[in-house]
Ligand binder design. Sequence first.
Ligand code: AMP
Ligand code: MN
Ligand code: MN
Ligand code: MN
Length: 277
Amino acid sequence: MLNVDLHCHSNVSDGVLSPAAVAQYAYKAGVDVWGLTDHDEIGGIPAARAAAADIGMGFIPGVEISITWASQTVHIVGLRIDETNPVLLQGLAATRSGRDARGREMAAQLAAAGIPGAYEGALRYVGNPDLMSRTHFARYLIETGACSTIPEVFRKYLTEGKPGYVPHRWASLEQAVGWIKSAGGIAVIAHPGRYKFSPVAEGALFDEFKQLGGTAIEVVTGSHTPDQYPVYAELARRYGFLASRGTDFHAPGESRAEFSLLPPLPSNVTPVWHDWF
Ligand code: AMP
Ligand code: MN
Ligand code: MN
Ligand code: MN
């Protein structure tokens, strides 16, 4: 069976390895077909594609778009996108804008909470100045000793009600799905088990996504717990979604699954890649 991994990050967003280094890392861990899905940014795709071709690994160009739905941040993955499509490029540029100002506000809150220098500190971890993310602040909070792991950071800081949380209005669901479709891609709800929706709200998200032309949901992802795999497999079947799979890799040993440890999709779902190769 092919090891298909359709969700991971490079240092073009909040991962730590360059696109070419992620390609090497994934290939060595046994990945056959690899998708790069940086947050709100496609700048890593040409280097990723070239590296995958050099190694002889399949490559799927992707992106993970931040949206706001029912007052929560949700992530929509676009797969098999044309990364040169102007509608997509313009939408992503608009989505990225505002991240720097948000970072400065986050730093001001952290300073008030007794952690100075967070803007400059986070910036040292940023590979792409357009894409300052909470993950970069998390790495700085570990560096200062305020926390020792990434999950601890997100329990104590940077999330709603905690120091360093700055609410942000991202794209709409309709925009994100529209941009992905304009670029010839397939829209996928990323790690649906991570959101704090009631079952009714989650059903409404799935219904709206389907109506807008969304195709798949992630079932097996490093951002789900193993007990969520069968739950989201069942929901994919009930709503008629294809199923996607990916580690959500950010950095070796950093809180998300390693490429070699992610299980295959359950056999009762149709993989999003069923008619690709
Ligand atoms: P941002 O797009 O700046 O809001 O940052 C979101 C990123 O923070 C996500 O893509 C994850 O990489 C990371 N993140 C958010 N919540 C958590 C969490 N609970 N545990 C680990 N990483 C998280
Ligand atoms: Mn991330
Ligand atoms: Mn995500
Ligand atoms: Mn991700």
